[in-house]
Design a protein. Structure first.
Length: 289
């Protein structure tokens, strides 16, 4: 595969950014108790696609509706990058059909996300659909981020197998940490609405399990650093340090929504860095940048 031109790289980067951004804004919907600000779907109310002044949901309706509008921004970014990749292939650039398919995933995934988001609202924020909604975004972000790396660094190089294994373990453990974090949130006070059903799990026990997974992840990160010191890894280290500080701060301050929002934003940032590192570890010049 040829390196994609700069415009294509920017479009793929914007796709990653918008996919990550809507996860953070979606978390803000949940953390501000606005998950049912628009109590139905695809309309905001039974009679209108936009919020109505008479709604009892107050300002929550605008927060939820605003997040719905951002879906269009995400879709446009995904379509733009996909169309660009297809056009470059038509022009003769060496782009495998598999990469075109992967470039289509953010668009197709966003459509699936919109439908799943609607199901989540119609099911009154069932914790299982909320969790699925979040994790689907995490998978879309992973594909979008790896696309960005492959488009700029298409050529793989040989590296020690143990280094590849540790990078994969780091990514897999990071995913587990995120899953546990989502379940922890779904067991606590920030379920998206005062009447939303929570997971029937003890929050304190979930927090401990989540923290244990984080420390295991940190151990793997140190092991990766011992094998390959790079700017890519140092970025992960910096985010992990901030994430640990924020995580403990939010727990000992009774989970204020603003700190939890920062925690989510850092988690999404860390996930992007992890995917790029794991996918780029065996690609020329990537790990040094």
């Amino acid at each position: 595969m040829d390196v994609l031109p700069p415009l294509g790289l920017r479009l793929l980067g914007i796709t990653v950014f918008t996919q990550a951004g809507i996860v953070v804004t979606g978390a803000l919907v949940r953390l501000t108790g606005s998950g049912l600000g628009c109590p139905t779907w695809p309309r905001c109310t039974a009679d209108s696609y936009t919020p109505e002044i008479s709604q009892i949901e107050g300002f929550h309706k605008w927060i939820e509706f605003g997040n719905r509008l951002l879906t269009f921004v995400v879709v446009i970014a995904a379509i733009a990058s996909l169309v660009y990749v297809i056009r470059q292939k038509i022009k003769g650039l060496d782009i495998p059909g598999r990469f075109v398919f992967l470039a289509a995933i953010p668009f197709l995934g966003t459509i699936a996300q919109a439908i799943l988001g609607g199901v989540t609202v119609l099911m009154k924020l069932n914790p299982y659909t909320v969790t699925a909604h979040f994790l689907l975004s995490i998978l879309i972000i992973a594909i979008a981020a790896q696309n960005r790396v492959i488009a700029q660094y298409p050529n793989a190089i040989a590296i020690p197998k143990v280094q590849t294994l540790l990078a994969k373990l780091l990514l897999a453990t990071g995913f587990v940490v995120i899953v546990l974090g989502v379940i922890t949130t779904g067991s606590g006070p920030h379920a998206g609405d005062d009447v939303a059903v929570r997971f029937t799990l003890d929050v304190a026990n979930m927090v401990r399990l989540h923290a244990d997974a984080v420390w295991f992840f940190t151990g793997l990160l140190i092991a990766n650093l011992l094998l390959a010191r790079s700017i890519a890894l140092l970025k992960i280290v910096a985010v992990v340090i901030l994430q640990i500080i924020t995580g403990y701060a939010q727990w000992f301050s009774d989970l204020p929504w603003a700190l939890v929002a920062v925690h989510v934003a850092l988690a999404v940032t860390l996930w992007v860095f992890l995917v790029k590192y794991q996918k780029g570890i065996n690609r020329s010049h990537y790990v040094s940048q």
